[in-house]
Design a protein around this ligand. Structure first.
Ligand code: BES
Ligand code: ZN
Ligand code: ZN
Length: 492
């Protein structure tokens, strides 16, 4: 999809589908009225028949039957502005979705009034997110080719909107990369595939790539990631992507992002029941978000060093698998009693977080589909945020607000830390019956020293079971946009 901006009169748009928006309760714009007039009132008549009031997801469309240069007009509800970037992304996604279903290959979208740079950015992101489909594994029908949107024209008088739109497309590309990785099945998307992807991104964006293989992980005493990965024929890897800016920002302490990259989580010997295992190909969504972010960083070039660390492993049962009752020696010297091999994410992250502390970060943030308990507590739209650093909590909330992603802070309750004290070792990898998301976060805290650190439990929002505005069913790419906002602020 080719995206451009135009200062021309949208009434003259020579294409397939022209999309207008109207805010809740607002009067029709001059353009809407002009179009309605040319259609002898068909647009306003349809709008009133459908009780169109500019609410989100409301849509009215009319074929123009040769009375206008474009084939069809679509009027979308924009809402009351309370939904920020999400409303704009949704509108653009619904516009391209309509075009795809009607097989229009060119779309014009008239910018709503407001800050046109911000609006163009979110619209461009939404449109690019809206055309994403996971069809890699679908056979193609030669008689009925898949619908495509070739061009999207944003109508705005502001010439600076083009650059903002370009950035919006770059960000969507990063989110779509993350979605694609989540959606890929674990028989193809294994630690080796993630390693190959890291090299690919490294070449493309000039990132330094270091991969610690199984032997190296053992040599470094990383007993957590080694234990979790040893039961699979696909051996674990620690993948390290490094971005260094060209400008003065190169002197700054780096931002470090860490992703849980379990390409499949069977539970190991503490095997999951079949139903719970179905979705466990998404257990690398944290890693996918870090890959997406690093590709955005490589493309957009912020003036601050950024590192991405991935703990990649497959959690499988078998003769070589680690066991409940094993005692692991972690990279930072602490020992961990394994009570449940399904609480594997924290074991992998522990070693990768320790590795991260040695990069002397100004801030370290990890993303992980860590606990079902977090979904029980917060539902499946919010990520859980854990940090001991008040200012970082505030910064992350602001970044999430800017990106339209939902995060909610949960406490690192010191009293619950009792429940992960080990009997035979320093720690155990399983807490008590309550506060499972919190005890998992407290476990991680043992491996970050005094680093300014936050943990995002994205088990809920990593996956969507349906298309929903700019969200496509499957991997959501959650986290990429919030992390980017954070990087952008650190670079400013
Ligand atoms: N990968 C899972 C968590 C998960 C569950 C992610 C559902 C996405 C959707 C994690 O490794 C896990 O199995 N956690 C256990 C922890 C328990 C054994 C302490 C859980 O949440 O049940
Ligand atoms: Zn697990
Ligand atoms: Zn897991």
């Amino acid at each position: 999809m080719q995206l451009s901006t135009s200062a021309a009169d949208a009434l003259q748009f020579n294409g397939g589908l022209l999309v207008l928006t109207r805010a809740t309760g607002a009067a029709p714009s001059d353009l809407e009225r002009a179009i309605d007039e040319r259609l002898s009132g068909a647009l306003s008549a349809t709008a009133s028949r459908l009780f169109f009031a500019g609410k989100p997801r409301q849509a009215v469309s009319v074929d123009t039957l040769g009375r206008l240069p474009f084939a069809r007009v679509l009027l979308l509800g924009l809402g009351d502005g309370s939904n920020g970037p999400v409303a704009l992304r949704d509108v653009a996604a619904l516009a391209v979705t309509d075009a795809l279903s009607q097989r229009h290959r060119s779309v014009g979208l008239v910018l709503p009034t407001g800050d046109s740079q911000t609006i163009a950015l979110h619209l461009a992101t939404g449109a690019s997110l809206g055309v994403y489909r996971f069809d890699t594994y679908k056979s193609k029908d030669p008689d009925v080719p898949s619908p495509l949107v070739d061009t999207l024209t944003l109508f705005t008088g502001d010439s600076t909107a083009a650059q903002a739109a370009e950035k919006g497309v770059a960000l969507a590309r990063a989110v779509n990369l993350s979605r694609q990785l989540v959606n890929e099945p674990p028989n193809d998307c294994n630690p080796a595939r993630l390693e190959a992807l890291a090299h690919e991104l490294g070449e493309k964006h000039g990132l330094k790539v270091t991969v610690l293989d199984f032997e190296e992980l053992k040599r470094r005493g990383m007993g957590g990631i080694v234990a979790v990965g040893q039961g699979s024929r696909e051996l674990p890897k620690l993948i390290h992507l490094e971005y260094t800016p060209k400008g003065a920002g190169a002197q700054k302490a780096p931002l470090v992002f860490v992703g849980k990259g379990l390409t499949f989580d069977s539970g190991g010997l503490s095997l999951k029941p079949a139903k719970s295992m179905e979705d466990m190909y998404i257990d690398m969504a944290g890693a996918a978000a870090v890959f997406g972010l690093m590709s955005a960083v490589g493309e957009l070039g912020p003036d601050v060093p950024v590192h991405g660390l991935i703990g990649a492993a497959e959690n499988m049962p078998g003769g070589a698998a680690f066991r409940p009752s094993d005692i692991l020696k972690m990279a930072n010297g602490k020992t961990v009693e394994v009570l449940n091999t399904d609480a594997e994410g924290r074991l992998v992250l522990a070693d990768v977080l320790h590795y991260g502390t040695m990069l002397k970060p100004q801030t370290m943030i990890n993303l992980a589909t860590l606990t079902g308990a977090c979904m029980v507590g917060l539902g499946n739209y919010y990520a859980g945020l854990f940090t001991a650093h008040e200012d970082l909590a505030v910064q992350l909330q602001a970044a999430a607000e800017q990106s339209g992603e939902l995060i909610w802070r949960l406490p690192l309750d010191k009293k619950l830390a009792e429940s992960i004290k080990g009997q035979r070792g320093d720690l155990k990898n399983l807490g008590g019956p309550y506060g499972g998301a919190i005890t998992a976060a407290l476990f991680l805290q043992n491996f970050v020293g005094d680093t300014r650190w936050a943990h995002l439990d994205i088990a809920g929002p990593a996956l969507s079971d349906k298309d929903d505005g700019h969200i496509r069913s499957g991997g959501t790419g959650f986290g990429v946009l919030t992390l980017w906002s954070l990087v952008e602020r650190a670079a400013a």
